[in-house]
Design a protein around this ligand. Sequence first.
Ligand code: AMP
Ligand code: MG
Length: 416
Amino acid sequence: MPEYDPHAITVEQAQAIIGLCIQPLHFTEQLPLRQALGRVLAEDIISTMNVPAHDNSAMDGFAFRGADLPAGQDRQLRIVGTALAGRAYQGQINQGECIRITTGAVMPVDCDTVVPQELITASSDSHVTIPGGKLRAGDNRRLKGEDLVMGKTVISKGRILKPADLGLLASLAIAEVAVQRRLRVAFFSTGDELRSLGEALDEGCVYDSNRYTLFGMLTRLGCEVIDMGVVKDNPDALEAGLRQACESADAIITSGGVSAGAADYTREVMAKLGQVAFWSVAMRPGRPLAFGQIASNGKSAYLFGLPGNPVAVMVSFYFFARQALYRLMGADVPALPLIPIAAAETIRKRPGRTEFQRGILASTENGELRVSVTGSQGSGILRSMSEANCMIVLQHDQTTVLPGEKVHVLLFDGLL
Ligand code: AMP
Ligand code: MG
């Protein structure tokens, strides 16, 4: 690991260190095309053919030789046949002749231009009149290979397959692809005060919500989740939980118990099982963070020890774990896009830490986008995440933001 001060690490430093430590896993499986949606492609797809395979018409109309195009006045051409999509015209087409053609029909070798039906000025069963000055040679013709060229890479390894990708693969007759197997992520919550759904809420206790937000976030990332429940604030229970998680998963996410001093045996146990760094990240919410790798019975797993507060869990998941898990699953996913948007109001901010405030992006009466905060920003106020449609990311050195000043916004749509 590069040099850093674990007491005052910035968000960017933590992200960089995590990025350096994670090595992508290579476990692949072969899947039928439909099942591959949302999965990480494990091979480069090279086009084995040109798509389209032939020059073809982009319009319904008449195909003819570009040399026959009239310069000024209209010109009459003789209709000698028809080409339909899937049924090519076999004959020859000479000067002054044309054929009827439909969209997608193969262009006869003699022709390079199509006059669309709606541009013709007169027609009979035997002749059609094309307008002067409206077309150029080559118009309304789709070229062979203009979508996919034989021998070229169509989709690179690491792509998370989207609907358009399934379509592209189908257009190449590829019925099965190699994808990475789903990443297995085990998670548990720590805390004597936590109760699971179905249990009675004893005095001073809270229901465990982190396992539900984690379930949601991991599932959206395409992971196979292993929910291990609540683990008590007890070193033996914690060690047993971590070992079991390590033996069954590629990565482990815990929440709670990583703050300095609060539960020191958490650090001890994590450190006993592997190499784990405990950071105080200059951010809010989500200051404490543990990251590393542990091993048990010859198996190893990456470990993310997230703080316990429900908003801090989500923020640290999105800004640290998400990119790391994508990297682990071999996915080539760009960093989250931050969009500059004008603040609708004053947003208080202290320099020296990155702040992640929950925001609402809305358009004003003039149609301009403005962002405001959701109200109380306490790290235990999960409602702020539920109500927000974006995160306002206030950079490390940034100070209080005045109305109209631009701030960085991360849209939840597509993320949450
Ligand atoms: P900790 O990081 O363990 O000190 O927890 C910080 C705060 O988050 C405490 O108020 C905990 O009760 C709360 N908390 C921890 N884990 C959970 C959880 N799984 N669900 C809801 N709240 C939690
Ligand atoms: Mg705790």
